[in-house]
Design a protein around this ligand. Sequence first.
Ligand code: SAM
Length: 199
Amino acid sequence: MAQRLTTEPSAQVREIIAALEACAKNRTVLEIACGPGYWTRHVAPLAHKNIATDYSEEMLGFARAQQLPNACFIHDDAYQLKKVDTDDLEFGFAMHWVSHIPMARWAEFFRAFHARLKPGAKVLLADDIHRPNDTDPYYSKLETRDSFEIRHLPDGSSYEIVKTYFTPEQLHALLHPYAENIDIHFERPRWWLTYDVKK
Ligand SMILES: C[S@@+](CC[C@H](N)C(=O)[O-])C[C@H]1O[C@@H](n2cnc3c(N)ncnc32)[C@H](O)[C@@H]1O
């Protein structure tokens, strides 16, 4: 994943970066599941402060190694955010994270996330749209409302991960209880959206 730090951004990625920059400029920012800090490096230099969280120390190591101005990397669980000890951050974002949230934990995540933000704060989310020619099988399990994929690691091992490919209608319905002014951009390879946290 760290390799992605050096790849040239596509037109869509540049569009999303521009939206992130506009939302983050001179604001206090909370980033969920920052991974190696690909998006952080565009946001943090412009933000007043970017608190970036992830549950993987390995990912946080890549992110911290970039030595980004105004960035503070915290090891924290996105469903709890206990180490983010504030409730008035002005902008929140999460990239390629919400597709991994089991439906049974959707409300838990959004309660924790929004509790760290100001009422009315802007949020930006982005994630993958399924590609029709994608050869990775994804499958559902009757006992959950989720779909899953198998991920293969370079050492030959593999693991199962929740991966939901939302439609715009699903995103709207799932966010409606918490969000106003939902603005969804739905174009392959990924959707992205903004909303204001309900006051
Ligand atoms: C697909 S990656 C996205 C990384 C980054 N946002 C990006 O777009 O490049 C998902 C990230 O979620 C993190 N993650 C998984 N479970 C988490 C949890 N419970 N709390 C916080 N981060 C978690 C993983 O460590 C990983 O860095």
